[in-house]
Design a protein around this ligand. Structure first.
Ligand code: SF4
Length: 679
């Protein structure tokens, strides 16, 4: 495949690698061998040339002088950040000799890979790495930190990661952005909604924080955190009671609507108003608006799924378009994730057959702190890539305590000396996605795209695939799986006869066309992947799994006697911790802020702009108070995972719980309680 890395001047096609649904097509401008500008590709069918601030400024990050350039070994205490340059040969030899020894004395399960989607490239995120750790027999990581609760709740209802085609939402007349700050985290869905608004569409935003998106809505509905499922059940109560349901659709395409009708009688608007904080009149108004507008589309966000009851909340919301028959209307329905349409051949890509012991233990990534401190047999080596758990994972103080263990051999492969890397024994410099060959499959807009390198590897940095090839060779793994080229891996991963939506899409065609869309068809009519083949309002699969078969509201777990629910939401200029250590992006984001209601602030003598301490039994951090009415009383919201590289007193995940969600083993970042006081 072509590489543009060596070309000094020109404009080259690229793709955004960040964990963002929009997956924009990019044009990279180079002058004298250096990237001088990144802009959106106007020819991308959905993102059409617009990109966010984060990536418009990405060159600052790619050439940031803080980038790691060569492998290093630790010479100071863990966490201190003192390292010495070594060669790649020494790094690989040190890692593999430690692992060979560990495998002999303690067994391969004492080695734990830890990664997520810091780079969404399929090869970078789940390619050679998975093959390698399967062959090694390492503990398996359950990668559930982001969408797991919601996706599982949605899957019980709809059967998979399939929803409305974003292109169709140009026809939508009612948008409900539910638990998503789309302006910051799905900007092109917001752009489409703006276009539809010009044709008369209304935009409703339901959220715990009147953020950038809420401020631009036609109607913003504030809600108490963790009560979204209750609001959905209250809407269902009214839809049934006022005969706003589509009986023909319910009879043909759903299972369990009669059970659901009886079940939601208990969720009357008076009860739901007390639970959610949404006025009774507004619940009626919303249900009637939803029941009477077509096409009506719900963009199901990630917000509410980061609660103890996140899986069930998503399931409850996912039932709504079935009640009104919106799945048969172009521009109607819902979108939680469209990842199923572009599902590639994971058996070929990840080679699960290389794992000999099928009973190898599985560790939930949200319990990393517990795994490093308490598990038996103990984790003795941790290999971190595409992630920065010391700042992004819940119950962060436990994780840092675990990372401090003298008998833990830690390797970190990253672009920067992250908070996690400071605890490493060996650090490996990583290439950015702009230096790699890879392919990208959007979980929102259904297009697949190839990435060809557009810049040369920075310093001595290497891609994930290359590092695992080196590790495999040094471990003596002769299987051809480890000598395949990136191009071979892409070609075989795209070839997935089990996914009809990929039919006709080949590597050759993709190289030629640049953007290819999955063969997306409307969800219905057709057979879904649920047990019944229909939308399951009543799920016997859930019953078998010990869950309530009907969507049900369960309050949050008691997290201690603290007056505020604490919501650490995404920032506009960071993507999780990515960019939080880059000066340009930090300047754009300005500083860590805690949004609180004026009533709460008055009680504590806190004024707008005061520095406040946020604390609970897990940890503490400090930030500036923003006092007003953007959140309800009893709610405290901050945005962004600020780096503590420069000694900022901000480390929000020291406060978050490491409980697991009701469904899918998801994170419960937003179900932690805190107190707030003026510093
Ligand atoms: S972060 Fe999202 S919106 Fe920004 S360029 Fe990447 S894909 Fe596009």
């Amino acid at each position: 495949m072509n590489s543009y890395a060596n070309q000094k001047n020109g404009i080259f096609l690229s793709v955004c690698s960040l964990d963002c649904p929009d997956q924009c097509g990019l044009l990279v401008h180079k002058k004298d061998g250096k990237i001088i500008k990144v802009e959106g590709d106007p020819n991308h069918p959905i993102t059409q040339g617009s990109i966010c601030n984060k990536v418009r400024n990405v060159a600052e990050r790619l050439y940031d002088e803080k980038r790691l350039q060569y492998p290093m070994k630790r010479i100071g205490k863990k966490g201190e950040g003192k390292f010495k340059r070594i060669s790649w040969e020494e790094a690989i030899e040190t890692i593999t000799s430690q692992w060979k020894q560990l495998i002999q004395t303690d067994g391969p399960e004492t080695i734990l890979p830890y990664s997520f989607y810091g780079n969404m490239g399929n090869l970078s995120a789940e390619g050679m790495d998975r093959r390698f750790f399967n062959r090694l027999g390492a503990s398996r990581l359950d990668r559930t930190i982001c969408q797991s609760a919601g996706v599982t709740g949605y899957r019980y209802t709809i059967g998979g990661n399939f929803g409305t085609d974003p292109a169709d939402t140009l026809h939508t007349k009612l948008f409900i952005f539910w638990g998503i700050n789309a302006v910051s985290t799905n900007m092109h869905q917001w752009t489409i909604a703006q276009k539809a608004r010009k044709n008369g569409a209304k935009i409703v935003v339901i959220d715990v924080h009147k953020n950038q998106t809420g401020r631009m809505a036609d109607w913003f509905i504030p809600i108490f955190p963790g009560t979204d499922g209750a609001l959905a059940l209250g809407i269902m109560h009214i839809l049934f009671a006022e005969n706003l349901v589509d009986m023909d659709f319910l009879q043909k395409y759903t299972v369990g609507f009669e059970e659901l009708r009886s079940h939601v009688i208990q969720y009357d608007p008076t009860t739901i108003s007390k639970i959610t904080g949404v006025a009774e009149d507004d619940i009626y108004k919303l249900a009637r608006l939803y029941g009477k507008t077509s096409p009506a589309f719900i963009r199901i966000g990630n917000g509410f799924q980061h609660h103890d009851n996140g899986g069930m909340s998503t399931r409850a919301i996912a039932c709504l378009p079935a009640l009104t028959g919106q799945w048969l209307v172009k521009g109607g329905g819902a979108n939680k994730s469209n990842g199923g349409y572009l599902a590639c051949n994971s058996r070929k890509l990840q080679r699960p057959d290389l794992l000999k012991n099928k009973k190898t233990r599985v560790i939930n990534m949200n319990l990393l702190g517990q795994a490093l401190l308490d598990i038996d047999p103990p984790v003795k080596s941790l290999y971190v890539y595409n992630s920065n758990p010391a700042i992004v994972a819940p119950a962060g103080n436990k994780i840092r305590k675990g990372l401090e263990r003298d008998n833990l051999f830690t390797v970190v492969h990253d672009l920067f000396l992250t908070e996690t890397a400071k605890y490493a024994d060996i650090i490996l410099p990583a290439t950015s996605s702009y230096e790699n060959t890879d392919f990208y499959t959007s979980y929102w807009h259904n297009y697949i795209q190839i990435q060809q390198p557009v810049m040369e590897a920075y310093g001595e940095s290497k891609s994930n695939t290359d590092v695992f090839r080196l590790l495999a060779k040094a471990m003596g793994y002769e299987v051809p799986a480890f000598t395949e080229t990136d191009e071979d891996m892409i070609a075989s991963a795209i070839d997935n006869p089990a996914n009809p939506y990929l039919e006709g899409i080949t590597y050759e065609l993709l190289k030629k066309k640049k953007y290819l869309k999955a063969n997306v068809k409307p969800l219905l009519p057709g057979k879904l992947s649920t047990l019944s083949g229909k939308i399951e309002l009543y799920s016997s699969t859930m019953l078998k799994a010990g869950l309530s078969p009907l969507p049900t509201f369960v309050p949050l777990v008691d997290d201690g006697d603290f007056p505020f629910l604490f919501i650490p939401a995404p920032a506009h200029n960071f993507l999780n911790s990515t960019f939080s250590n880059n000066d340009k992006h930090k300047n754009l984001e300005k500083e860590p802020i805690l949004h609180m209601n004026i009533k709460d602030a008055l009680l504590r003598n806190i004024k707008d702009g005061d520095i406040v301490r946020v604390w609970n039994h897990r940890g503490k951090c400090e930030m500036k108070a923003a006092v007003g009415e953007n959140v309800l009383p009893g709610v405290a919201v901050t945005q962004g995972l600020w780096s503590d590289n420069q000694g900022a007193k901000q480390y929000v995940n020291s406060l978050t719980p490491d409980r697991l969600s009701d469904i899918g083993g998801g994170a419960t970042f937003f179900s932690g309680r805190v107190d707030v006081e003026k510093v």
